[in-house]
Design a protein around this ligand. Structure first.
Ligand SMILES: *Cc1c(COP(=O)(O)O)cnc(C)c1O
Length: 404
């Protein structure tokens, strides 16, 4: 380790809040699926900043759009109109088939905004008595880190000593239609759920779950809010993960890859009713919908479609999944995935997934453990067959080792 690397780590340790435990690599450059550390070592990025860099690092067309817009106008606040917002609305609405758009910045803000909007819809349209709105969520959810959201997390680390929390949330098991049916009351305004639980370890619900969820929500006038912040924009091999299920959400949340990793951009997308209840002064964000964010997001959506990244995610995802399933290793308990959202769950006796991620780093692959025993794999959607095959070789040699 060179002294410069030690300096980065030591300074972070001394001055930084220790709310992360990064793998010991200091990155300084990225291009496509590759990133380089300060010593010039190259790695295949199998995390993509938790799917925010789906278009590949430093995509030249998104970069050009960002630089061009940064020269012209970056921020106006929503006190005035800007010449990028309307075009962003047109393009995201056309891409996703949505009627109303609310631009925000982080994913958590999009989730918070959706919670506020469905509650307001519940009181003003559905007729729920004031203060009584209920939102149903799933166990092992991940929707972000703000106070409102961590209050309905089931992960003790996420919640402990951050309370008191806001009431109004009911938690049911993921993938359980009967539990949803039982939890719905006349005061239920929404069911907030991830199509595939990402942070929980890429948990795919039983087939047929979401069509039944859709039916129940429609029958009970409950808004189905799909958090597609991680699954959306091609990650699972379709534009939206809901398309695998043949359903349409009432409210869809996007973030992460909406900017291709250049800038925080998120959005709440809805039917006319839900976002239609918000009036001037009732919700907002200084940076939400700013011209720089809009220009970046427009370019990020454009390259995703024009460069065939969604189809590529389906194709390379299938290749990657099959390749992982073909690895014969006693360490592997289960391989899961849809598109390029993949995970290898290890047997508990195989040791911590973190050890395998560190071993992968030595072989030129950056991947991230989640929940002790799972390695999550989510490369940029521009990955090629040769790169998938090379990655599979590194996974095979790493996973056949015993690092317990
Ligand atoms: C990452 C993520 C969020 C939160 O996004 P931030 O930009 O980190 O606030 C919310 N929901 C899901 C499903 C996510 O993966």
């Amino acid at each position: 380790m060179s002294s410069s690397v030690i300096d980065f780590l030591a300074t972070e340790a001394r001055l930084g809040t220790k709310n992360y435990e990064p793998i010991g690599v200091v990155l300084s450059r990225g291009e496509g699926v590759w990133v380089w550390d300060t010593e010039g070592n190259r790695y295949l990025d199998c995390l993509s900043a938790y799917s925010a860099v789906s278009q590949g690092h430093c995509h030249p067309k998104i970069l050009a759009a960002m630089v061009e817009q940064a020269h012209r106008l970056t921020l106006t606040s929503r006190a005035f109109h800007n010449d990028q917002l309307a075009q962003f609305y047109e393009e995201i609405a056309a891409l996703t088939g949505s009627h109303k758009v609310l631009p925000m910045n982080s994913g958590a803000e999009a989730v918070e905004s959706a919670i506020k909007s469905v509650r307001k819809w519940g009181y003003e349209v559905k007729g729920v008595p004031d203060g009584q709105a209920e939102i149903i969520v799933c166990a092992n959810n991940f929707h972000g880190r703000t106070l409102g959201i961590v209050g309905f997390s089931t992960d003790p680390e996420t919640r402990t000593h951050f309370g008191p929390f806001a009431p109004g949330f009911k938690i049911i098991p993921f993938g359980d239609v009967a539990a949803l049916e039982e939890a719905i009351t006349p005061n239920t305004v929404a069911f907030l759920v991830e199509p595939i639980q990402g942070e929980a370890g890429v948990i795919i619900p039983p087939s047929g779950y979401f069509p039944k969820v859709r039916e129940l929500c429609t029958a009970n006038n409950v808004m189905l809010v799909l958090d597609e912040i991680q699954t959306g924009l091609g990650r699972t091999g379709k534009l939206l993960a809901e398309q695998h299920e043949g359903i349409e959400a009432d409210v869809t949340l996007l973030g992460k890859a909406l900017s291709g990793g250049f800038y925080p951009v998120s959005a709440v997308l809805s039917n006319n009713e839900v976002l239609g209840t918000l009036r001037p002064g009732q919700h907002g964000s200084t940076f939400g919908g700013n011209p720089l964010a809009c220009a970046v997001a427009r370019a990020a959506m454009r390259v995703l479609v024009e460069e065939g990244m969604i189809e590529n995610a389906a194709m390379q995802g299938a290749r990657f999944l099959q390749g992982l399933k073909d690895i014969r290793a006693n360490t592997i308990r289960e391989v899961r995935g849809r598109g390029l959202m993949l995970a290898v769950e290890l047997h508990p006796e195989a040791g911590r997934a973190r050890r395998y991620c560190e071993a992968l780093q030595g072989k030129g692959i950056l991947a991230k453990d989640t929940h002790e025993h799972t390695i999550r794999i989510a490369p940029p959607l521009v990955i090629t067959s040769d790169q998938v095959d090379w990655a599979l070789e590194q996974f095979a040699t790493t996973l056949t080792q015993d690092l317990s």
